[in-house]
Ligand binder design. Sequence first.
Ligand SMILES: C[S@@+](CC[C@H](N)C(=O)[O-])C[C@H]1O[C@@H](n2cnc3c(N)ncnc32)[C@H](O)[C@@H]1O
Length: 353
Amino acid sequence: MNNQKNNKETTHKRRVRYKGTHPRTFKEKYKELNPDKYADTVERVMQKGNTPAGMHRSICVDEILDFLKVTPGQIGLDGTLGYGGHTQELLKCLDFKGHLYATDVDPIELPRTKERLEKLGYGSDILTIKHMNFSKIDQIVSEAGPLDFVLADLGVSSMQIDNPDRGFSYKNEGPLDLRLNPNKGISAAERIKNITKDELEGMLWENSDEPHANVISRTIVNEIKKGKTIDTTTELRDVIAYALRSLPADTRDEEIKKSSMRTFQALRIDVNSEFEVLYEFLEKLPTSLAKGGRVAILSFHSGEDRLVKKSFQRYYREGIYSEISPTAIRPSAEECNANSRARSAKLRWAIKA
Ligand SMILES: C[S@@+](CC[C@H](N)C(=O)[O-])C[C@H]1O[C@@H](n2cnc3c(N)ncnc32)[C@H](O)[C@@H]1O
């Protein structure tokens, strides 16, 4: 009898439920992960300035729409589909006339977003979603012709950051992966296995301006040489904490947090070749846009913003762009209060001559 009961208990898999009233882990947030069923929970999370699990809140929507001035009949590209928030706004402007292409490299979130948009009535007559890198914008242009508008909202979505299985955050235990497309290239764990101290230090400096790049890279490489495996997010965070153990006690925890964030960012940029693909995209933009075509790029990192600024300025000097944003546009204080992830955003735009 007892045995039977035990068998039943081991085979029956209970859904992970909130522990008390404050769910902590991604999987405990089953209400947020079911927004259709638990709309009130999702609303409450957003009112607190947080992003519900499994969702992404689009940033600078008004500023982007004000600039792109999308009208029915136009053809455009949203290079970074993500949760489809910007895509949906652009589709509303098209009013079922014209066509929107949307690309994303993430094979996990893309089908979910596609299904969500299809349910809203956006089928292949108005929207073509492609699993591809926006750096291949020329392939879209050879199918669609010159584009009236282009949007790129760089970096990662909240769904990617918050899902521990993707390994994007030092805060949650998960595999040290950090790839936007986990089926392509090598994971961050693989990347650091045979890296030299100098290469890692250079990566931390160039990709994230990490002030402790020297000691962090030395410690990581030494630990790996001693046989330590750094295969998970928390294993890497612990090595960073160990590297910074001699910092003054009053600032140590904060420094470890910031360095962990920057180290993860540097690795993410590296394993996804983010600077390289952005450069390729920026180089192809002038020949991808129609005359008077508009491009808006939202970045979250000074290195990316610098690349966008330099490219826009160069092609403006050469007369290829007739106008470019004089400075980076920042989200309003109101938006930053409502969505903490908006704080580092910078928007730049250009118009093809
Ligand atoms: C910040 S999110 C976009 C959110 C989206 N604008 C929205 O409103 O939901 C960035 C998305 O771009 C994708 N991405 C990043 N780099 C990319 C690239 N080079 N080509 C295509 N997609 C990319 C990521 O996988 C992620 O889904």
